[in-house]
Design a protein around this ligand. Structure first.
Ligand code: CBF
Length: 826
């Protein structure tokens, strides 16, 4: 337990801290003070990094009083807190967001100007904390933003990876991964709290003793431990005086090094324990949607949830708090299966440490957790082998066994004689090896289970967890994902934001449904003109950036067609590539005359998991096609392909506001929701997409006529598969597809090297697990509709405006309201 707070009657000890004046003079003074006293330098001698750190610390000062006040208010209010447990937070840069939240953008800009500094240069200094892989991690960041803006007591819990998602570069068109040392120049946004360190055990065995009254007591005796050191990050609400906390854990050795071994000269051995412990939070697993069955990953998961539960129970609640009432004070939202080991951990704390009877502890535990599933790929549902789990966390395995035993009794009672069902529903799988199904454990223990878009929640009930939804239909619910309008419109798209505010007032930033008021302006020619100006200027900004960042020269006038997301077969970047190749082929073969072509620039952004061989081959192919297309004078100005390396939140903030067309082309039934799709629609891009994930809801809201739908529906996919899908047959019978694939296979884009394209081509022709070929014709037909629509700028702009006006539903504030209503307060 943390030591007693320093007590004094001095008014400044518990009163508000003094905040610098929010004037340009006040800002300059604080900034220079930070440079002098924080960085130990003079403005005239300071480096860019000194200036960035001083600026960040200046902004931090404006948030500090609110942070302290929010913390104090939360401690006294005794309200229920949301403990968001997430192994990933893809935060993006902090400086701009915090300037926005404090309403200091203009003041800071002017203050820096007075100091002779261009604030944009300092912003560019910040390395974004890439502590997540993609959608799931970014969603967590959007959610904590919304919770602060809505003043919901929240603690975000996660891992402070020393290295986040790898930095991607290309060498000879192939992805090369570099470590992301985001902390190397200092991280001004974090506050270490060594006094709140937590001890976490691993390994060892359990001991059971019997008391005089016959009751048995089990104790876990771990054989090694590490310390969890919390780093606190501010999570400001939008101009509402609220600053919540994100608490990320870093692993430390319990004993830094062994002095005796060191003195004996074996330096490596002396720090072995330290290296071993620190490895736990060293690096983010660069996987998206597929679990990595690695021991270190299970260590990471247990490490952060053990720290977080301990932190809340022992360091946040009052010492005399009656833990029977724990569900009144916390709900832990499990962001996918990664934190699910928290369930047996809470049982262990209550039963072994706090002396609860099993049933009492189970009652409390079931009310403290809710589980969000983020996938539909069966292979992505995490399982841990019993051997590994038992070796690393022996007491937890015992607890899981008992949970399962009692649960299966319940199943037997509900479905007498149905042993097949019992086996299907068991938390313990027997094949291919004995293992723990984490999604099942979360479903058994969680008060609620939700999917992340309507279609996904439906498929979750019907296909992924059908037995469970039959047993407990009331447990299942949907919360469609959302994105924060602060970062993804107000900050990323200042021009559009100004236009919106001038037209409908500022309220939309925290009440996104108000975008509806924009609808009538879709018919106003001068508004449409303004809207087009915004897009044009955003494109210019993007192209200036890409010229400097990636050496890319892109034509200003062409339609900007963007596909940015993790590289995965189910997302079907290959389908997009086939479209590009077919456009190229049409042009160079003369099938389409240049004047018939709607000029396009296609931009990809995607990282492939380092071990995902085929995904990396697809990246190679995209780069190869881009190289040839961009160098071919016959298509110059008509077709360009760009693949800027290292797609991340920072680049997304520039790309999305500039886009005309948003590619959301996953095979129906595979993308749980998507959130990029929402960001594009909110920034006035039209979507070409399948009936998948949240596309379904986007299309329903923006209207069929403002969305380019194509491809099979999920039931059609199922039927097609059941009938026996043979991609080679589609290839043989579709001339345009055949021409396109043949051109790729000929080595045209790889200097004649047919071998280099074989992995992708062979996969498409002989496997095509995600049916890109089956949807090819429908996709091309939809793209022709896009071309025709784009050729009419007035109609296109009208649709783009309606996309913005009707996408208010996709605010993460609405998602949070849904969680509060359907899950956290139900
Ligand atoms: O729910 C957030 C996102 O999560 C994923 O990225 C994931 O990692 N499982 C899904 O693939 C997305 O569909 C989803 O939007």
């Amino acid at each position: 337990r943390i030591g007693p707070a320093f007590r004094t009657s001095h008014p400044l000890a518990s009163g508000p801290v003094v905040q610098p004046a929010p004037t340009v003079d006040g800002f300059v003074e604080t900034f220079l003070g930070e440079l002098n006293y924080g960085q130990g330098t003079l403005l005239s001698q300071s480096t860019l990094n000194d200036q960035y750190l001083a600026l960040a610390r200046t902004v931090r000062r404006y948030l500090m009083a609110d942070w302290l006040e929010t913390g104090a208010r939360r401690r006294h209010a005794q309200q229920k807190t949301v403990g968001y447990l997430s192994a990933e937070y893809l935060l993006g840069r902090q400086l701009g967001n915090n300037l926005l939240a404090t309403n200091l953008q203009d003041v800071a800009e002017e203050a820096m100007r007075r100091c002779g500094i261009d604030i944009a240069t300092l912003r560019a200094q910040e390395v974004e904390p890439g502590l997540g892989n993609g959608g799931l991690g970014r969603l967590a960041a959007c959610f904590v933003d919304s919770l602060a803006t809505m003043d919901v007591p929240t603690i975000g819990y996660g891992i402070r990876y020393e290295y986040g998602i790898f930095r991607q570069t290309f060498e000879d068109d192939r992805q090369v991964e570099l470590p992301d040392s985001w902390l190397s120049l200092g991280s001004p946004w974090e506050f270490p709290h060594p006094e709140r360190q937590v001890l976490v055990g691993f390994g060892g065995s359990t001991e059971t003793s019997t008391a005089a009254d016959g009751t048995q007591h089990t104790r876990w005796v771990p054989d090694w431990t590490v310390l969890g050191m919390p780093y606190h990050y501010m999570v400001p609400g939008f101009r509402n005086g609220v600053v919540n906390t994100l608490r990320l854990w870093s692993a430390r050795a319990t004993h830094a090094f062994d002095l005796q071994i060191f003195n004996a000269g074996d330096y490596t051995q002396a720090v072995r324990a330290q290296t071993f412990a620190e490895n736990i939070s060293k690096v983010l697993y660069p996987e998206d949607s597929t679990p990595q069955g690695k021991e270190l990953r299970l260590q990471q998961q247990y490490f952060f949830v053990a720290c977080s539960l301990h932190d809340f129970i022992d360091n946040t609640l009052p010492a005399d708090f009656d833990l029977h009432r724990l569900p009144e004070r916390i709900v832990f939202q499990l962001n996918d299966t990664h934190p699910v080991i928290a369930i047996p951990e809470l049982m262990r704390i209550l039963v072994d440490r706090k002396g609860f009877a099993w049933d009492e502890a189970w009652e409390v535990t079931q009310r403290c957790f809710a589980y969000t599933c983020h996938t539909l790929l069966p292979e992505a549902l995490e399982v841990w082998s019993v051997e590994l789990l038992g070796r690393l966390l022996p007491r937890h395995l015992e607890i899981i066994y008992r949970i399962n035993e009692e649960f299966l009794e319940q199943v037997r009672e509900a479905f007498p004689g149905d042993e097949m069902r019992v086996r299907r529903m068991s938390v313990i799988a027997e094949h291919p090896e004995r293992s723990v199904r984490m999604a099942y454990l979360a479903t058994v223990a969680g008060a609620k289970v939700n999917g992340v878009a309507e279609l996904h929640s439906q498929l979750l009930r019907d296909k992924v967890l059908p037995d469970f939804s039959q047993l407990w239909p009331e447990k299942f619910t949907n919360v469609t994902n959302g994105v924060t309008p602060r970062r993804f419109v107000r900050l990323a798209n200042r021009r559009l934001s100004e236009l919106l505010t001038d037209t409908i007032g500022e309220g939309w930033v925290t009440d996104l449904d108000r975008l509806r008021e924009l609808e009538p302006y879709a018919d106003d020619a001068s508004f449409r003109e303004e809207f087009r100006r915004v897009k044009r200027e955003n494109k210019e900004r993007l192209y200036r950036l890409l010229a400097v960042r990636d050496g890319l020269r892109l034509p200003q006038e062409a339609m900007l067609d963007v596909m940015v997301k993790r590289l995965h077969e189910y997302k079907r970047q290959t389908l997009k590539l086939l479209h590009i190749v077919s456009l190229y082929d049409d042009l160079v073969s003369g099938r389409v005359a240049p004047e018939e072509m709607t000029p396009r620039t296609v931009v990809f952004g995607a990282k492939a998991a380092p071990g995902y061989h085929l995904a990396k081959e697809i990246i190679f192919l995209v780069n190869s096609v881009a190289g040839v297309v961009n160098a071919d004078p016959r298509v110059q100005g008509l077709l360009s392909v760009a693949f800027p390396a290292n797609y991340n939140v920072t680049l997304a903030e520039k790309l999305i506001p500039a886009a005309d067309l948003s590619e959301q082309i996953s095979l129906a039934g595979k993308e749980a929701s998507g959130t990029g799709n929402m960001k594009f629609a909110l920034n006035g891009a039209l979507t070409i997409g399948t009936d998948d994930g949240a596309n379904v809801e986007i299309r329903r809201l923006v209207g069929d006529e403002n969305f380019f739908l194509f491809g099979m529906t999920e039931p059609e996919v199922e039927r097609r598969r059941a009938a026996g899908y043979t991609p080679a047959e589609v290839y043989e019978t579709t001339p345009a597809l055949r021409r396109t694939i043949d051109l790729v296979a000929s080595g045209h884009f790889t200097g004649g090297d047919r071998q280099a394209v074989a992995p992708v081509v062979d996969n498409l022709l002989h496997e095509d697990a995600f049916m890109a070929l089956a949807d090819f014709s429908s996709y091309l037909e939809a793209q022709s509709r896009v071309d025709a629509a784009y050729a009419d700028p007035e109609a296109w702009t009208r649709s783009a405006i309606l996309n913005v006006a009707r996408s208010g539903f996709f605010s993460s504030d609405r998602s949070m309201r849904d969680y509060l209503e359907r899950i956290w307060h139900s």
